[in-house]
Design a protein around this ligand. Structure first.
Ligand code: PEP
Ligand code: MN
Length: 338
């Protein structure tokens, strides 16, 4: 529920009202300041709130019921876009951010070489999996802690903040200390215990849409993290399962403007996992930019033929450079800084 306060109401009166509502057990109150004025959002057990007495309050202009099950991530609760800060970098707002790197960290030479290439061609963040969620237990499972150490080395040598996937709540502390953006993979989007734990940190979370999850379910998973107290969330559309088998997944391009309408959170697109094919990465990245995404997360490998994971969908550094040029040209045309 959102309570819109009449224009020119003194702060003191608003604070008194907020303090009064906060006394109701099981509810949380949050200020919403926008161009239209001051409102406050009430979440939790709102049945306990006496709506009529609020309506009769002389400072209350209007009460808006938020029908969607997601509240804190709802644009109604925060009309302006959320911009997530990561060190000196930002995701959201005017900038189209580029996160690039291999699917998995494989060796020191590999990650250092790729990190320096993607940095040279304009990436702001380095991605690389250390703990890998593989369909088969016989597939490469990632370099784990050693992989994380190599990512830290790559950050040191390039200055690029690092993005890597967390699979278990047991590793949260280590990730909190060492990682700049914690990725929650598609397979863990509804691992609610993991999401609850991530709500307790302040680290930026890149939350990927599940393989067969709706947009509403993605927003509900983000709500778990935000309800826990962490507002630094970046959503990621990474393709969904459909009947189409030509591509690994189907990029739901409409999810971008839909999420931007429903939520204030930034949204990035993964053209690599959504297509499964390296030659589709460039056109899908461009489509994402034009559709209003806040950035992309893209797999780049210096030797895709011999990659230990996802070589077919990884682009070489030279292709990455070409793609960046194309994105910059489109960005100039549509007024988005790439
Ligand atoms: C990844 O980014 O390497 C990954 C495993 O992605 P997803 O969770 O989207 O499949
Ligand atoms: Mn991958």
């Amino acid at each position: 529920m959102i309570i819109k306060i009449k224009k020119n109401t003194e702060e003191e009166k608003i604070n008194n009202m907020v303090d009064f509502i906060k006394k109701v057990e099981g509810v949380e109150v949050q200020f919403i300041r926008s161009k239209e004025g001051i409102s406050f959002g009430i979440t939790g057990d709102i049945k306990a709130i006496n709506k009529n007495s609020l309506l009769n309050n002389k400072y209350v202009d209007e009460i808006i019921e938020v029908k969607e099950p997601y509240k804190k991530v709802n644009r109604a609760f925060k009309p302006e876009d959320t911009i997530v800060s990561i060190g000196g970098e930002k995701i959201g707002g005017e900038k189209f951010s580029v996160i690039a790197g291999p699917c998995s960290v494989e060796s020191e030479n590999q990650i250092l070489a790729i990190a320096s290439e993607v940095k040279k061609h304009g990436a702001q963040f380095l991605r690389g999996g250390a703990y890998k969620p593989r369909t088969s237990p016989y597939s490469f499972q990632g370099m784990k802690k050693d992989g994380l150490e190599l990512l830290i080395k790559a950050r040191k040598s390039t200055g690029l903040p690092i993005v890597t996937e967390l699979m278990s709540p047991y590793d949260i502390e280590h990730f909190e200390e060492n990682v700049d953006i914690i990725q929650v993979g598609a397979r863990n989007m509804q691992n609610f215990e993991l999401l609850k734990e991530l709500g307790k940190t302040k680290k930026p979370i890149l939350l990927k849409r599940g393989l067969s999850n709706t947009i509403e379910e993605l927003l509900m998973s983000a709500e778990y993290i935000m309800y826990g107290g962490n507002e630094n969330i970046i959503l990621c559309e990474r393709g969904i399962r459909t009947f189409e088998r030509y591509t690994r997944n189907t990029l739901d391009i409409s999810a971008i403007p839909i999420i931007k309408k429903l939520s204030h959170l930034p949204v990035v697109v993964d053209p690599s996992h959504s297509s499964g094919k390296w030659w589709l990465v460039d056109p899908l990245a461009k489509a994402a930019l034009v559709a209003g995404a806040d950035g992309i997360i893209v797999e780049v490998h210096n030797d895709p033929e011999n990659a230990l994971c996802d070589g077919d969908q990884s682009i070489k550094p030279s292709k990455f450079a070409d793609m960046m040029k194309g994105l910059k040209a489109i960005g100039d045309a549509i007024g988005k800084e790439v």
